[in-house]
Design a protein around this ligand. Structure first.
Ligand SMILES: [Zn+2]
Length: 866
């Protein structure tokens, strides 16, 4: 029908007029009534829509579609009696005459109706939506309904499938595109963005799409843009509850509490008994880390409707993020029981079971929860690092830590994601902080590019301090900026430093003005741009401290804590935002120009080189041929990218000597590049190939000292230092290696060997204990080594226990037998107690609890993550 097309394009007024006229003219059929009511409903003319539907329902006494639409309009208008009456009528009609409602449109309407009434989602899918699809192939409404059902269960994969199928039939349907965007939102925000804009191209008055865009701007802290979209939406339907709920969110985030109250009341105005208004406001506040306020909103929502499951799910998650575990888990369990198809609660409950196997290490109100085996291997180092972070950062930011703080470290990335986001995914995240709860990936899930767990935890703990200090009222960029900055303060090999890519970005067009930094985190152009946003934010923090002092940074945090917007606070101390933007830009550009200033930085069209044929299986597409690369180098002998390409080309050809000069040139002029392609790492490799161990050693030491995640280089350095019996060097290298991956036996063995030779029994004991957890080939030998170390420390009982364990594994172990005999003799003739103990006593290990107690801990006192 032509009029339906007009509706799809958003010509609601015209549709209302045409349909109204058709009705007046006495044209028969429910379609005109449906269209008229839908058009008025879309424009927020609830009373007009209800008038149409009331008359139509008397005339079309068996139409369930008119009644279902009537229920929606009546609810929006707050006329609950009418909604219930039509609901009862649908139920009676279907009971009386079920075979009248077997066409596709009726099936979909009925499925929606039953699902809303709490029917089993799987049955609704099979008996109504699937059957509608097979009875009328290409009936798009059936796919939309199925997609919406999946979205309501947080099952974005299925939702995407349904909407994609729908788009196959009707690529220009705004409802389909809107559904598709929501399905993509959690996994691919760029794709979601494109899709939502396409929806608005098709229908420029598509209200849900406008509200969706407003929401993404709110999430990115761009409130002005969000307001613009809300204003645009209000031209379509000024009455829409969500429009006002989102305005309330913005008012809250801008600390305008009068307006927040006004907007909330307006949202509730038509429908004071709708739980979704407070749910929506709370949900958005949670996205901004305002968990305490978010919890209050969910509680209000549940006061209106105690069975409103979305609010219950959200409340449960927010409580877990606040560390209020008992109540949080109780709610999650309740929801899971009531709604077996809720993916989020299902995932969380399964995770809860695995968490009950974790070990808890406690230290002054900080709880570290880890896999039991990992806790044995490096738990004490985690606790030690966190204690140091607490000491250093709380002093520096003049903050008294509010405990408990919980840190959860997950060996499985999927578990980390579920704990953090409720859903699998989020592979790029190393750790997340929610204020009092940190979640992090353990080194067990490290892939090709390892990270430094100590740097990650330092970074996250810094979030704890700054989020607490500002009562979670902090723009993301500043929180990230301070955390990255503090990583670098603690260890220059952590954090992020100027790379060639960043240099080009800073001096090119990629620097974001300070006043707009929040936007750099919203829909960044690429993952590199997001990484750059972290880096730039840290530079801004460095600049603010250098120019205005640490005390100004503290004042800004205090301003934020009472709800002042960051740009207002920045203006207070820097005079003008425009000047700050300009001065920061000048400062960083000037500094960056001087780094690597002797090199030519012109970027060639292509910076990859295609390896010679036969050298690599799949040449990169956007690459120069070797001849082109060498010609370019010839023409630009001083160019950073030419030198890189030439060096890599020679390495791929195993022309080691030829690779040395370009790499040396790079190191001379731009030594701070990090990563597996950095000149330092490449040259170390070249010297390994040429057998120049002295040069290789020198370079490896530099790499390991300056780059916090160079695990391969650590392994190689361990080899060389052990060979050279450089025990001090080996101890230091092992220490660096443990910060990357303490689960690598070779690193622990290095620590053990070095500690052995340097007579540091405490270190040796830690290493041997770790090795015993790492499936050693010779466990008896490990127990024996441990025994010796304990005896060295004067801990004879522990020593004896280890000897016995060694003998249990290998009953004829000669050295172990001898040690056992020696210990037995000494029990008869104890050694002179007046002799001084040759080594300092072992520090008390942190208080560890494990096993069955954890299950109770988890239900009674635990927390969650960012
Ligand atoms: Zn962070």
């Amino acid at each position: 029908m032509e009029t339906e097309e007009l509706f799809q394009k958003g010509e609601y007024d015209q549709v209302s007029e045409v349909a109204g006229k058709a009705i007046e003219d006495g044209q028969y059929g429910e379609s005109w009534r449906l269209l008229k009511a839908r058009a008025d409903f879309a424009r927020g003319r609830y009373v007009a829509a209800l008038d149409t539907l009331e008359v139509a329902n008397t005339r079309y006494s068996s139409s369930i579609r008119l009644r279902w639409l009537g229920m929606q309009v009546a609810k929006s208008a707050g006329v609950d009696e009418l909604s219930s009456r039509w609901s009862n009528e649908i139920s009676a009609l279907v009971d009386r005459n079920p075979w009248s409602y077997t066409n596709a449109a009726s099936r979909v309407t009925l499925g929606r109706y039953l699902f809303a009434a709490g029917a089993d989602p799987r049955k609704v899918l099979e008996l109504f939506f699937d059957r509608a699809k097979s009875s009328q192939p290409g009936f798009v409404d059936a796919y939309i309904a199925a997609g919406e059902l999946a979205l309501s269960k947080y099952d974005y994969g299925i939702a995407a499938e349904e909407f994609q199928k729908a788009a196959g039939f009707e690529p220009e349907n705004a409802d389909v595109l809107y559904g598709l965007a929501r399905a993509f939102a959690s996994s691919d925000s760029q794709k979601a963005d494109l899709t939502i804009h396409k929806a608005l191209e098709v229908n420029p008055r598509h209200l849900p799409s406008m509200l969706y865009i407003a929401e993404t701007f709110i999430d990115g802290e761009r409130y002005e843009m969000a307001e613009k979209w809300l204003d645009r939406a209000s031209k379509v339907n000024p009455e829409h509850w969500n429009l006002w709920a989102l305005r309330a969110v913005i008012a809250h985030l801008q600390a305008d509490h009068d307006r927040e109250g006004f907007c909330r009341r307006t949202a509730l105005g038509w429908q004071p008994l709708q739980a979704k208004v407070d749910y929506q406001i709370g949900r958005k506040l949670s996205r901004h880390y305002r968990f305490a306020d978010a919890v209050e909103y969910q509680r209000r929502s549940l006061t209106i409707d105690e069975d409103f499951l979305p609010a219950k799910t959200q409340l449960g998650q927010d409580l877990l993020r606040l560390g209020k575990n008992e109540e949080g888990w109780t709610l999650i369990k309740q929801v899971a029981k009531l709604d077996g198809f809720n993916v989020v609660t299902h995932n969380l409950l399964k995770l809860n079971q695995r968490l009950s196997q974790f070990t808890t290490l406690e230290s002054n109100g900080i709880q570290v929860r880890m896999d039991a085996r990992e806790a044995e291997i490096y738990g004490p180092q985690v606790v030690q690092l966190i204690e140091e972070a607490r000491e250093v950062l709380c002093r520096k930011y003049i903050h008294e830590l509010r405990t408990p703080v919980t840190i959860e470290i997950f060996p499985s990335q999927a578990d980390f994601a579920i704990r953090t986001f409720g859903l699998p995914g989020g592979e790029g995240f190393l750790g997340v902080c929610f204020g009092n709860v940190i979640t992090a990936n353990s080194p067990a899930s490290q892939a090709a590019n390892p990270s430094n767990w100590q740097a990650v935890l330092w970074h996250e703990f810094c979030h704890v301090v700054t989020l607490q200090k500002t009562n979670n009222k902090m723009p993301r960029w500043l929180s990230e900026g301070i955390s990255v900055y503090e990583e670098l303060q603690r260890d220059a090999a952590w954090g992020d430093t100027l790379s060639a890519e960043y240099r080009v970005m800073i001096l090119g067009a990629d620097l974001t003005p300070v006043s707009q930094l929040s936007s750099a985190f919203l829909n960044p152009k690429s993952s590199n741009h997001l990484q750059f946003a972290y880096y730039e934010s840290a530079l801004v923090v460095e600049y603010l401290i250098a120019k205005y002092g640490q005390e100004t940074l503290l004042r800004i945090l205090i301003d934020l804590s009472v709800g002042m917007p960051v740009n207002e606070s920045l203006q207070r101390y820097t005079g003008s935002l425009a000047a700050l933007d300009a001065e920061f830009s000048d400062w960083i550009r000037d500094r960056t120009t001087r780094v690597g200033g002797d090199l030519d930085w012109a970027v060639p069209e292509r910076i990859e080189v295609r390896p010679d044929e036969g050298v690599a299986p799949s040449p990169a597409e956007q690459a120069m041929t070797p001849a082109q690369a060498l010609a370019w180098w010839n023409a630009h002998p001083n160019n950073y990218f030419a030198l890189q390409m030439a060096a890599k080309l020679f390495i791929s050809r195993e022309e080691w000597d030829a690779a040395i000069p370009p790499l040396e040139q790079l190191i001379d002029h731009f030594p701070q590049e990090r990563g597996s392609n950095s000149a330092l790492r490449l040259l170390a490799r070249v010297y390994r190939e040429t057998g120049d161990e002295e040069q290789e050693l020198k370079l490896l030491r530099q790499v390991v000292r300056e780059q916090g995640n160079a695990l391969d280089e650590v392994s190689r350095l361990i080899e060389l230092e052990a060979e050279a019996e450089d025990w001090e060097g080996l101890a230091e290298t092992a220490r660096r290696g443990l910060a990357i991956n303490p689960l690598r036996p070779v690193v622990q063995q290095a620590l053990a060997d070095a500690a052995d030779h340097l007579n540091r029994p405490t270190d040796a004991i830690a290493a041997y204990r770790a090795l015993l957890q790492l499936d050693p080939i010779d466990p008896a030998g490990m127990h024996y080594e441990l025994a010796e170390q304990y005896v060295n420390l004067g801990k004879r009982k522990l020593g004896k226990r280890q000897v016995l364990l060694a003998l249990e594994q290998a009953p004829r172990y000669r050295q172990a037998l001898a040690l056992l005999k020696q210990l037995a003799d000494e029990e008869v003739f104890p050694p002179n107690p007046s002799l001084p103990n040759p080594v300092p006593p072992n520090p008390a290990p942190p208080n560890a609890t494990g096993g069955s107690r954890q299950a109770e801990d988890l239900l009674s006192d635990r927390k969650e993550s960012r």
